[in-house]
Design a protein around this ligand. Structure first.
Ligand code: TYM
Length: 331
């Protein structure tokens, strides 16, 4: 039986967080044997805000290193760069013509980003979800593993695909969102009612995948909790402690009950130490592999060239079919 197809991606920015890792990468690694996986570096999406061009090139390569360092085997997964496959932008134009302004206006990420970048509300920021829909639909993806913040973008992808199919007949596979049971929404350490975000201004709010052990310990020590001094899972009343329990639970593969038991009668100091050490234990080998890989740009290039080739073939077939359906001349 043919394997089901997965597609996902991360924006090529330099400061990936523990949220990106636990919400996305960590789940991808678990899926690589069972599915035919396409993992792209979303470099085009990063252009919706201003970047330093040299930084963007560096971040793109670094993200490939990070994918591999996190455990994605380049022989099992198709790892590629979004901008290297012109079909993404080509399909995006077409799908723009099947997407309504009103739909895009409802996207919470657009509203958030427009508020954050009030001086640069460009139309790329507005049509961002259409490019994302193109990324997904070009590969006939069955499943799209993402964190919860991307759920709305998956819903609009499905709506666009269904609309197109209802006009032209079966063309696109309707993808399902896959949100991992754990790690779907890692919250900030200083503000545990908002997601941990790479763009957070306060460095104490986020753990970066490149943070030193010392920094991780410091950030955990300062993480916001509550005055109860009891390790108990209660998202609503104890968002800080519950978030730390969630992080600890994923890394240690423990249920919330088990964690409560483990820390019964123990204070937050001890608990925070344990969470910090668990994060360090998980990130250290990843960081070591990452540091080795970024010293070897030829190896990284070989990885994406191989991925690009496979991705392009698949994407072009689907794009051609769409061109034909809408009435463009295809030879
Ligand atoms: P991006 O780059 O913002 O985030 C990458 C992945 O990390 C997840 N994530 C989190 N998960 C849990 N807790 C958090 N605090 C947290 N922060 C981020 C995101 O949900 C995402 O899965 N538009 C996408 C990139 C993209 C894409 C695609 C994804 C472009 N095309 C096609 C899937 C399919 C984005 O900006 O993700």
């Amino acid at each position: 039986m043919e394997k089901k197809v997965i597609l996902s991606g991360i924006q090529a920015t330099g400061n990936l967080t523990l949220g990106n890792y636990l919400g996305a990468l960590n789940n991808w690694v678990k899926m690589q044997d069972e599915y035919d996986c396409y993992y792209m570096i979303a470099d085009l999406h990063t252009l919706t805000v201003r970047n330093d061009p040299e930084e963007l090139r560096k971040n793109t390569l670094n993200l490939i290193a990070l994918y591999v360092a996190a455990g994605l085997d380049p022989d099992k997964n198709t790892i590629f760069i979004q901008s290297h496959i012109p079909a993404h932008t080509q399909l995006s134009w077409i799908l723009n013509c099947y997407t309504y302004m009103g739909e895009l206006n409802r996207m919470t990420q657009f509203k958030d980003k427009a508020a954050k970048h009030a001086d640069n509300i460009n139309s790329g920021l507005f049509t961002y979800p259409v490019l994302m829909a193109s990324d997904i639909l070009l590969y006939n993806a069955d499943l799209v593993p993402v964190g919860e913040d991307q759920k709305q973008h998956l819903e609009i992808t499905r709506d666009i695909a269904e609309r197109f199919n209802s006009i032209y007949g079966d063309t696109f596979k309707i993808p399902e969102v896959y949100i991992g049971e754990v790690g779907a929404r890692i919250m900030g350490l200083q503000n545990p009612t908002a997601k941990m975000s790479k763009s957070a201004k306060d460095p104490m709010d986020k753990i970066l995948l490149t943070d030193s052990s010392e920094d991780i310990r410091k950030k955990l020590k300062r993480a916001v909790t509550d005055s109860e001094n009891c390790v108990r899972f209660d998202k609503e009343n104890k968002p800080g402690v519950s978030n730390l329990m969630g992080i600890y639970g994923i890394i240690k593969n423990k249920t919330m009950d088990k964690i409560e038991e483990e820390f019964k009668g123990k204070g937050y100091g001890e608990f925070k130490n344990a969470v910090a050490e668990a994060i360090i234990e998980r990130l250290e080998p990843l960081q070591n592999r990452y540091n080795e890989l970024i010293e070897n740009p030829d190896k990284l290039k070989a990885i994406y060239e191989k991925g690009d080739k496979k991705a392009e073939e698949k994407a072009n077939n689907i794009l051609k079919n769409v061109y034909r359906k809408v009435g463009l001349i295809v030879d």
